[in-house]
Design a protein around this ligand. Structure first.
Ligand SMILES: [Zn+2]
Length: 247
């Protein structure tokens, strides 16, 4: 009898916890997000966006999707958003598009992205890079086996994830801003670029640009990389953090 009661209590407690966790990650009032994709197709921006847009919608976001940087032309509209997600590798951004994006984030709109879609976007725009907190410069060896180590396990974006997980993908070597709050990193073996052997490179970071929260991970070369549950969860929670859904 006692055991049954204990079991029942545990089940109740667990369901309560699960309901609470779900509530904690769903905004009370609907949040609005703009998802901008395009650029180099090798990064499968559309396929990646198709993974994360339904997820955002199921977590209380009203999402607008745009396949053009012209989505940045209306500053008044941008300023009302909670979150901008960009998956746009390489290409170029016009001055008004760039200044509006930066102004919106400075005023408090969250910005989130992964891999080259955020940190290899507009190579000659240094203010943009200042906002993102890093720029891709190399991925020695191309598709390689590497590990990602969670470096700040108490942070809500990476909390509870495996301390070390494996990727078979591009291991991004980046120029990074020391002001970033790094949540996960990878160590270069030196197999493909011996002079960087032992270098510990940020893989996940968060930062501010003005009042705006900026989240980035170098994971996600192609959509299949998000079959690694840790990679996918990091982007999901990173978007929630940037949109002020989680603290
Ligand atoms: Zn790539």
């Amino acid at each position: 009898m006692k055991i049954e009661k204990l079991f029942f209590g545990a089940v109740l407690g667990l369901s309560g916890f699960l309901v609470f966790s779900a509530l904690a990650q769903t905004p009370k009032t609907p949040k609005s997000a703009l998802v901008v994709w395009g650029g180099w197709e090798g990064h499968e921006p559309k396929q990646c966006v198709d993974i994360f847009v339904p997820w955002l919608e199921s977590h209380g976001f009203k999402v607008e999707i745009a396949n053009s940087l012209d989505a940045y032309l209306d500053l008044e509209k941008l300023k009302k958003l909670d979150l901008i997600v960009q998956a746009f590798t390489q290409g170029s951004i016009k001055s008004e598009q760039e200044s509006n994006l930066e102004e919106a984030v400075k005023r408090g709109v969250g910005l989130a992205g992964w891999h080259g879609g955020l940190a290899d976007s507009f190579r000659s725009n240094v203010e943009y890079e200042f906002m993102v907190g890093g720029q891709w410069v190399a991925h020695p060896g191309g598709i390689v086996d590497y590990d990602v180590d969670i470096t700040k396990p108490g942070d809500p974006i990476v909390k509870g994830l495996k301390k070390r997980f494996h990727m078979k993908s591009e291991q991004y070597y980046m120029q990074v801003d020391p002001a970033n709050e790094v949540l996960a990193a990878t160590t270069f073996s030196g197999q493909y670029a011996p002079w960087v052997k032992g270098v510990v490179m940020p893989v996940v970071w968060k930062k501010y640009y003005g009042k705006g929260r900026v989240f980035y991970t170098s994971l996600g070369h192609v959509a299949a990389d998000f079959n690694v549950p840790e990679a996918r969860t990091i982007v999901e929670r990173g978007m929630l953090w940037a949109a002020h859904v989680i603290q």
